[in-house]
Design a protein around this ligand. Sequence first.
Ligand code: URP
Ligand code: ZN
Ligand code: ZN
Length: 462
Amino acid sequence: MSLLIRNGLVVTPERTAVVDLYVENDTIAAVSENLTRPAQKIIDASGNYVIPGGVDVHTHLDAPVGGTVSSDDFESGTRAAAFGGTTCIIDFATQSKGQSLHEAFGIWRRKAQKATLDYGLHMVVVDVSGQRIDEIDEIIKEGVTSFKLFTAYPGVLMVDDATILQVMLRAGKQGGLIAVHAENGSAIEYLVRKALAEGRTTPVEHAFTRPAIAEAEAVHRVIALARIADVPVYIVHVSCSAALGEIAVARQKGLAVFGETCPHYLLLTREELERPNFEGAKFVLTPPLRDPFDLEALWSGLQSGYLQIVSTDHCPFHFETQKRAGLNDFTKIPNGGPGIENRLQLLHHFGVNQGRLSLSQWVDLVATNPARLFGLYPKKGVLRVGSDADIVIWNPNQQHTISAATHHMNVDYSMYEGVTVRGNAEMVISRGEIIVDQNTWHGKPGRGMYLKRSCFAGAWNR
Ligand code: URP
Ligand code: ZN
Ligand code: ZN
């Protein structure tokens, strides 16, 4: 199949200009002005942007969390992602205590067989006893080149500082990247026990028991451990000004410290958790939503480059059948919220349209930087000759009202219900195949391919 995409405003790392793009089979074969090659399909992109498909490096599909399982699996989740202009995700193979890394990897490869988009996997490490630590080298050879550690969720995912250091040293030696969910899990556990003992059980207590400083403390500690191990580190879902400050200080020192935030931390505040009729539970995710000044700080973090990526941390649970488990006890509300479909729309509308981000910053944050940091560049995240033809034709003027009634995520609510954005994906192409065309789905389960990622190996200039 060959495609000729004509007259769109194409965003490449070199320039943003009206050029044509020629796709041969699954790859970009030419990017140039006035291309005249014969093509099986000619797409007129006049008035639209032509951007690389989004890369979402933080998703939880078919993920066991808090005694239940996230409601989007690899089929429904990747399909919803595609409708929003994302063409590639990285999800988490999660080791259980006593389990080998290979076993966890195998389980997630099987879950992901029905993916409609290309996908990679990070490895969540919780147990390095016995020979587990040696498995890191082999897992890297499988293309899992990033390892996630938690300083939160004691008894489930949390690991101690010695384990963090051990994994950092081992993975770092092989060129792997360490990603960390950074919050002080022990302090939070105490605050949670205290809240329950005092009879404070409503959703907003989730935020009160996970203060911003508990996040900043863990970020500081993790950066210190990364300095001891002399490895790069990536802080996931940065939610507050205090944590961002730790990253900024480290980067000013020239350290290889990277960070992501998510649309909900840029757009929503703790007030949402106080909604009546238990509706606050829809916004129970971790770290919690913060204060208005945190939102402003995070936007500045994106503008200054202290934060390089916007991911979704998509981890949806139905309100009626899953979130309600915590009606009388906020600790039983499964943590997480939906967002895989709305990332590009929200960042375009509240970032580009509102003058906070340039067009190329937007593309960098949602596609290019994630591909670069996580070993997928230049296959993904860029419109360049030889790259995979993962292309989005973005209509910057299309109005779209976000709603659970029309979204494609398998979840019964939206955190952005009724919000109207300007700008949406009109056509989505994955490896040369048109999978979304004017809101119609043409993809198939199982068409997504597993991506063996290369190592970080300093592929980034700090
Ligand atoms: O609330 C969240 N973020 N749930 C998913 C697990 C995690 O901490 O990323
Ligand atoms: Zn997390
Ligand atoms: Zn997460």
